[in-house]
Ligand binder design. Sequence first.
Ligand code: UN1
Length: 509
Amino acid sequence: LRVKALLEKLGLAEVNPGACSGPDGWITDPQGERLVSYDPTTGEAIGSVIQATAPTYDAIVARAAAAFAHWRTVPAPKRGLLVRDLGNALREVQEPLGEMVTLEMGKIRAEGIGEVQEMIDICDFALGLSRQLYGLTMHSERPGHRMYEQWHPLGPIGIITAFNFPVAVWSWNAAIAAVCGDTMVWKPSPTTPLVSVAVQRICNQVMADHGLDGIFNLVIGSNDQVGERMLDDGRLPLISFTGSVRVGRHVAQRVAARLGKTILELGGNNGIIIAEDADLELAVRAVLFGAVGTAGQRCTTTRRLIVHRSIVDEFTQRLARAYQSVPIGDPLEPGTLMGPLISEQAVERMMQALDTAQAEGGEIVTGGRRLPHLGPTFVEPTIVRMPRQTPLVCEETFAPILYVMAYETLDEAIAIHNGVPQGLSSAIFTLNLRTAEQFLSAAGSDCGIANVNIGTSGAEIGGAFGGEKDTGGGRESGSDAWKAYMRRQTTTINWSTELPLAQGIQFGE
Ligand code: UN1
């Protein structure tokens, strides 16, 4: 009953048209295959959509390209108003949309609503940004010349998102891209089609209110019919991809083959160093949120703890007690702190990782079991004490497993910390200024995000979000991440009556 009410509030009650956007209505492919969305908590089907086939994909990109021809000429501050109204529309549905994220993805209600808050925040940010797409002015070496750079819209862009932040990651891209003058085509995760339909419906309304269409477009479809075509589609100068390192590598190569641009947000294997002088109370709380929050399914989830040998036993015990009191269950129930994993396969992968961990000398400190009485997607959050950073610890397993390792010197801790292929988020807990600054120095953390006395997850939208190495190098969201969505043009204007050449070259008389 509750589900029905939720679907009705979001206009999803009769979703079957599903597949694609279009302000003049949804396109249903007669040949499209039905995609069912399941509630990971109960395993029940929530609804289904008809997926797009290649011809519909083509039509949607053509629509985005046609809309771009107009949208790029609208002044950026005016483009900001569209995004302002998108943010306001999201405010109105924050609760039901957040609950829908919870229903379809399984993160707890507070985090579902927090995800929509992240969408609202980025719309506010983008509105301000629409008056701040600054280019630099340079002093020309030639008299009577002026030199500057301007930022132009890039084109229709492709956005491919993952299940774990099914709508917020879209919004980081979409809100910024829209004020930058780009139009876009969104391919959501096949696991979370309904929230994307809900968001597209909101976009359609906001576009219609502004007399616009074709700026925000949704295409739900298979990799074969949609995903791969996006990678090869010369009409999309930029593909922003969030997902695994394995798929990200493929995306990077395919898009690079046509000299397209990518923004890659791939895996993380985020570590926290706990120094001997850390505020342990604070650290326990931060690790708990970082490692157990979202059932360990954030890119920024804390997966590794590197603890000073003198406190590792005590800290691990304190943390284990906190783990044992985590309420696990229905993510829509108030009080629940951990919901299900996204699928039974995810549970399977977690159990395999735990077997490997033990084969590599690890000891399970707490957790490690499935919770079949709650359902096949429920597990205990797990702490594994590792003798060292084994090959398994260097991998990202998208589940609530935390590996604990001990260190003696800060140099050793940083070496362990940086000794994995990924480089997204990192943190240190210390009250010592020198220790903190060493961690933040050029010889410290090699990640895109480095925190002191805060955990690895839960970044604000105002900063640039992304990471190095296998994480893919992309930056999204705040700071100057907008530049990736525009093309830079360097301009020199000669207002003199002479034609001096740069570098003092004399050519002819
Ligand atoms: C992700 O897991 O894909 O910093 C993104 C965080 C969130 C975003 C996570 N703001 O944890």
